[in-house]
Design a protein around this ligand. Structure first.
Ligand code: DNO
Length: 374
C-alpha cells in the first residue's frame, strides 16, 4: 500500500512541510478546490499542483475529488456538456499526473475520486462533539437531521454546502425528492457509460466514494450505500477503471454493511481506501473515533487483512480524525489525529502484507490492470 494524506491547499493549516514529516508518508491527495462543479480543469493547473507537491518530496497521484455537477445527477438537459467537462478534467489529470511505465509508479494510472451524492456531500450534525478525554469528534444524529425541513428552513448543518440560499436549496431538494431512487440510478448509469471509457482513454482510474451517511436524508435518495450498490456499479461497466473508493467509516456507519466482507469481496476493484473507525451509537447515529479497533464498532485489523488478502495494493489514507491537543483546523482534517491514525494503519498493513504468502492469492489490483485493458 501507499500511504497518502489529504491536503486542502495553501489555506490548510496541515501544511505539506508538516505532512512530509509523518513516517512513511508517500503522497498527497488533493484537488483544484477553486473550480466549481462542471468546469473543466486545465492541464497546466493540475501540473502546477503536482510540481508544488513534488517540491516537498511527496507524490501527487490521487485526486479527491472531481465534483459531478447536479445537472448530471438530476439528468437535466445540460448534463452532456457537464459530463464533457468532467471528461476534460480526466484528460487533464491523466496528462499531468500520469507516469510512464518503468517510472517510479510503474505506469500505474492516477486515481480520480468522485461521488454521486445528490445536493450535498458528507453530512454531520455536530462538528465538535466532546469526548471524555477532552478531544472532539464529528457526530451524526439522524433524528436531528430529520427534524429539519429543508423546504422551509435554511439548513445550517455542518457538511451542508449552504451556498445556494433558501430558494436554491428548496428547489434542489424538491427536484431530488421527485426524481427518486430509480431515476437517480438511471442517471448514474448514463454518466458511467460516458466517463468509464473516457477514463480508460485518459489513463486514469475512477474511484466512487460512497454516500456518507449511506442512507437517504431529507427524503432525498442516496444510492451508493453498500455491497449491493457496488455490485450494480461494477455490473454497469466491468472495466477496472470503474473503481471504488472504499471508505470504511462511511460503510461502517450502517449496521447493514459487513465492512470486512466488503473489503474482501471488492479488494480487486478498490482503487483507493479511506480507513477510519466509527462508533455506532444508535439507529442511524454515530460518532467518529480514533482509528484503532478498540475505539469504535469496526474491526480495523480484519478490514486491512481482508483488503491485503484480496489483492488490494493501492493508496490508503487515514480519514476524519478527532481534534486533539488543542489543534484548530478543518473539521475532521486536523493534522494530529490523522497522523496518529496513519501510523496505526501502517502497522496493520506491514503485518498483513508480511503474512500474505508471496505469489499467492494476491491478485492484480485494479490500478495495475487498468492500464492494460482497452
Ligand atoms: C469527506 C470526504 C468526502 C469525499 C468525497 C469524494 O470527508 O471523504 O467529501 O472527499 O465525497 O467525492
Amino acid at each position: 500500500m501507499n500511504l497518502v494524506f489529504r491536503w486542502f491547499g495553501d489555506s490548510d493549516p496541515a501544511t505539506l512541510g508538516k505532512i512530509r514529516q509523518i513516517p512513511a508518508m508517500k503522497g498527497i491527495v488533493s484537488a483544484l478546490y477553486d473550480f466549481e462543479p462542471g468546469v473543466p480543469w486545465p492541464v497546466a493547473a493540475v501540473a502546477a499542483l503536482r510540481e508544488r507537491i513534488e517540491a516537498e518530496g511527496l507524490e501527487f497521484r490521487v485526486v479527491e475529488s472531481v465534483p459531478v455537477h447536479e445537472d448530471v445527477k438530476l439528468g437535466s438537459s445540460g448534463r452532456d456538456a457537464r459530463i464533457e467537462a468532467f471528461i476534460a478534467s480526466l484528460r487533464a489529470i491523466g496528462s499531468a499526473l500520469g507516469s510512464p511505465a518503468g517510472g517510479p509508479d510503474d505506469g500505474r494510472p492516477p486515481v480520480v475520486t468522485y461521488n454521486f451524492m445528490p445536493a450535498f456531500d458528507w453530512l454531520r450534525t455536530e462538528l465538535r462533539s466532546p469526548n471524555p478525554d477532552g478531544s472532539t469528534s464529528l457526530y451524526y444524529d439522524h433524528d436531528r437531521v430529520e427534524s429539519v425541513d429543508p423546504l422551509v428552513e435554511t439548513l445550517d448543518l455542518p457538511g451542508w454546502l449552504g451556498r445556494r440560499g433558501m430558494d436554491g436549496q428548496a428547489r434542489l431538494v424538491a427536484r431530488y425528492r421527485e426524481l427518486g431512487e430509480a431515476e437517480l440510478w438511471r442517471n448514474y448509469e448514463y454518466f458511467l457509460r460516458a466517463v468509464v471509457p473516457a477514463a480508460v482513454r485518459a489513463g486514469v482510474v475512477l474511484a466512487v466514494h460512497p454516500d456518507d451517511p449511506p442512507w437517504p436524508v431529507f427524503g432525498i435518495p442516496r444510492i451508493v450505500t453498500g455491497a449491493q450498490a457496488l455490485r450494480r456499479i461494477a455490473g454497469i461497466d466491468p472495466e477496472p477503471a470503474n473503481g471504488f473508493c472504499f471508505c470504511a467509516g462511511t460503510f461502517g456507519s450502517s449496521e447493514d454493511n459487513d465492512v470486512v466482507g466488503m473489503a474482501g469481496e471488492f479488494a480487486q476493484r478498490i482503487a483507493f481506501a479511506h480507513l477510519r473507525n466509527v462508533r455506532r451509537t444508535g439507529d442511524r447515529s454515530f460518532a467518529e473515533t480514533a482509528h484503532w479497533t478498540g475505539a469504535g464498532s469496526l474491526d480495523m485489523a480484519a478490514i486491512v487483512t481482508a483488503l491485503v488478502e484480496g489483492g488490494f495494493d493501492g493508496p490508503v489514507r487515514p480519514d476524519h480524525g478527532r481534534m486533539i491537543w488543542g489543534e484548530e483546523g478543518m473539521p475532521g482534517y486536523g493534522l494530529f489525529d490523522r497522523a496518529l491514525g496513519s501510523q496505526y494503519l501502517l502497522g496493520l498493513f506491514e503485518q498483513a502484507e508480511r503474512k500474505t504468502p508471496q505469489g499467492s492469492p494476491r491478485r492484480e489490483s485494479p490500478q495495475k490492470r487498468g492500464e492494460k485493458s482497452r
